[in-house]
Design a protein. Structure first.
Length: 346
């Protein structure tokens, strides 16, 4: 099985992260997986790939050359995850006899030809323009979650005694493995502006962002911890009282874990998912990064109220966890392997 995806400051790391989730599932079924693409500027993901024992093969941009590479590697299936991939990649691979699964997010990636179309976002609807034999998997029930996410799912059953959170509350802020928009300093300032006692851990994707964060002034009753991107983000999220992040693929992971989450948008392709999350009441909405850089008063007030209310945070966590059962990757793997098995022999 080939997984065609890239990770870089330009494309982010979400495509590779969810492909690794599918690799985790396929590995349990003795399916050999090869990553086709590039990993730039994300050393922790390089380690995550190496820890899984996955081969990484540079992939050509040309669709026909990509299909030829898949044939040379003896692959029978190809997963395409990336909005900048040539939209002819799926058709070339299918013409070469491979079964293709293509991921999309609303209109992003929708031009790709595929046997299986996957949109794992909350509220996604099936593709209406399928041709004979094609399949559409749509909705959060198909969310792809890595092993390190699933092992940190929290028990949110009603406690026998009133919940007593630690004091001060722990807040985690992260914005993907590259934080291309430079959101971390803005959001750190926003959290600190609540003026509440708290311990804030912020993932700094670059040395420049780390320098901005460490230059922030804060009172004695607040603590700021700056860390580098890490494969242990799920563990940190599970131990946090509130997570603040961008409305990308990582939100589904946080919902599955049961982490109370506040969300903002840092890119246009996040707006549809953000709106749906807010409509379902599973995240606290903070608005867009651009807007926060001009006026953060409303968001500061919302964070202050959320950090002051353990009950509100628990409600968010329970609603989110109830939506994501953690079995999405099993359903996707079932469909993909069944499609490969059903494909006519050349």
């Amino acid at each position: 099985m080939g997984l065609r995806c890239d990770a870089s400051p330009a494309t982010g790391v979400g495509h590779l992260a969810r492909c690794l989730a599918l690799a985790d599932e396929l590995g349990t079924r003795a399916v050999t997986v090869t990553l086709l693409g590039r990993i730039d500027g994300a050393p922790w993901l390089v380690r995550a790939v190496a820890d899984r024992g996955l081969d990484v093969v540079p992939a050509p941009d040309d669709p026909v050359e990509l299909a030829s590479l898949c044939a040379d590697l003896g692959l029978d299936g190809l997963v395409l995850d990336g909005y900048t991939l040539d939209p002819g990649s799926g058709r070339a691979a299918r013409d070469a006899g491979l079964t293709v699964l293509a991921l999309r997010d609303g209109p992003f990636g929708a031009a790709q030809s595929a046997d299986i179309h996957l949109e794992q976002n909350l509220g996604a609807t099936p593709v209406e323009t399928l041709t004979t034999g094609e399949l559409s998997l749509a909705g959060v029930e198909f969310a792809l979650l890595r092993d390190d996410v699933l092992r940190h799912r929290r028990d949110l059953a009603a406690p026998s005694e009133p919940y007593s959170p630690p004091s001060p509350p722990k807040v985690l802020a992260f914005f993907g493995g590259t934080d291309a928009a430079g959101a971390a300093p803005t959001v750190a300032s926003l959290v600190l502006a609540t003026a509440l006692p708290l311990e804030l851990t912020v993932v700094a994707a670059t040395p420049e962002i780390a320098d901005e964060l460490t230059a922030l002034e804060l009172p004695a009753h607040q603590r700021l911890v700056v860390i580098a991107p890490t494969p242990e983000i799920a563990a940190l999220a599970a131990g946090a009282d509130l997570v603040v992040t961008a409305s990308g693929s990582s939100v589904g992971e946080l919902l599955a874990i049961g982490s109370p989450t506040a969300v903002l948008t840092v890119a246009d392709n996040q707006l549809v998912g953000y709106t749906t999350l807010v409509e379902h009441g599973v995240v606290a909405p903070l608005g867009s990064l651009d807007a926060l850089r001009h006026d953060a008063d409303a968001a500061t007030t919302q964070l202050r109220e959320l950090l002051s209310s353990p009950e509100a945070r628990l409600g968010l966590a329970r609603r989110g966890r109830a939506l994501v059962d953690g079995r999405g990757r099993e359903r996707v793997a079932d469909a993909l392997l069944a499609a490969i098995e059903a494909r006519p022999a050349p």
